[in-house]
Write a new protein. Sequence first.
Length: 126
Amino acid sequence: MSDMRIAVMGAGGRMGRELVRAIHALDGCVVAGGVEQPGSPFLGQDVGALAGIGEVGAAILDDPLEVCTKVEAILDFTSPKATVEFAGLAANARIVHVIGTTGLAPDEGRPLPQPHAMPRSSRRAT
């Protein structure tokens, strides 16, 4: 089976960089992308180089939709507003969305969007 392709939302931040390093260290997983907000000084940089693990061939983009179409999972330690947006994108793309964001208000993003079919990653060819 091929490695699971994972992107980090908020890849330029302290937690984002740590997540990139953690993914890189896991067998069966590969860092396949990163997202930052428009105007970020990290846009265009290689996500691995920014995290100190060397280039991985994936640039940090400001288009989360584009990134979600190229991966099987996203790790999200961003802001509540961004997390709600990413939840919708992940549900529509039928990919895994791991949320580590704090500060969600009780009514914010509840319920978060849910996929209506099996995740793409469950249908990968072996």
